[in-house]
Design a protein around this ligand. Structure first.
Ligand code: ZN
Length: 241
């Protein structure tokens, strides 16, 4: 088993982290951040964790401006940056991907979902309900971005506690792909513990901005990963895999 990480283009935040002025036009930061996607090769098939952004999101007007969250980030990517195409470059056939796990349903995690038409898509039940309809749109989700006809498998976490995680769901039945609830960034956010051949990883999505930030946002998780030598990989940190 191995883990491959890459970025689907970049996201440029506003220069100011706080204050009302950041909602005015302009004021973009000089720095950008990656929008990472991870692929895991398991003996039963390839798992993709989050799907990154779609190139359409780089076009003005594609993303609604309903929620402040959507006004504070500018996505910079082309079609070549999209997840499915990049995976082909790494030697994976997107049509053969078995599972797509979505940490949560924000736009830069589901944008590439249409590229994996045959995968089983896994979302937590809580996140799925939280993101739907007008209430979801007001919370910063973009439900119309969800591909028609994709019905996700809703994770229920009927497995035992693992370290600091209250419950778990063993996706492949061998303890090597273990889904754990990590609420915080959103109510239904999930992370994936991967026990690969060489070492263990926590694919943490937006649980923390970068692995270093985990000490602040989820100190028990940070301590658990440190003690057990688990590599933390986030969506917007540099993916060194
Ligand atoms: Zn998010």
């Amino acid at each position: 088993m191995r883990v491959v990480g890459f970025s689907t283009g970049r996201v440029r935040p506003k220069r100011a982290a706080r204050g009302a002025r950041r909602y005015l036009p302009g004021g973009w930061s000089a720095d950008t951040e990656p929008v990472n996607v991870f692929a895991v090769t398991h003996p039963d098939g390839v798992l993709v964790f989050d799907t990154g952004q779609t190139a359409a999101a780089a076009r003005p007007g594609f993303l609604p401006r309903l929620h402040p969250y959507l006004r504070l980030a500018r996505f910079e990517l082309t079609q070549e940056d999209e997840a499915a195409g990049q995976l082909r470059g790494f030697g994976f056939d997107p049509a053969a991907v078995r599972w797509v796990v979505l940490s949560h349903l924000h736009t830069d995690h589901i944008g590439g979902l249409g590229g994996f038409p045959w995968a089983e898509v896994i979302v937590s039940k809580e996140e799925w309900e939280f993101a739907r309809g007008l209430a979801g749109r007001l919370r910063g989700y973009v439900p119309r971005q969800w591909p028609n006809g994709v019905v996700p498998r809703l994770a229920h976490f009927d497995g035992p506690a693992v370290g600091p995680f209250s419950r778990s769901e063993d996706l492949a039945g061998d303890g090597r792909l273990v889904l754990v609830p990590t609420p915080g960034h959103t109510a239904g956010h999930v992370s994936l513990l991967v026990r690969a051949d060489d070492r263990a990883y926590l694919l943490a999505g937006d649980l923390a901005h970068t692995a270093a930030d985990l000490d602040t946002t989820a100190p028990e998780v940070a301590a658990y990963c440190r003690t057990n030598d688990i590599v933390v990989l986030t969506t917007h940190g540099e993916a060194r895999v």
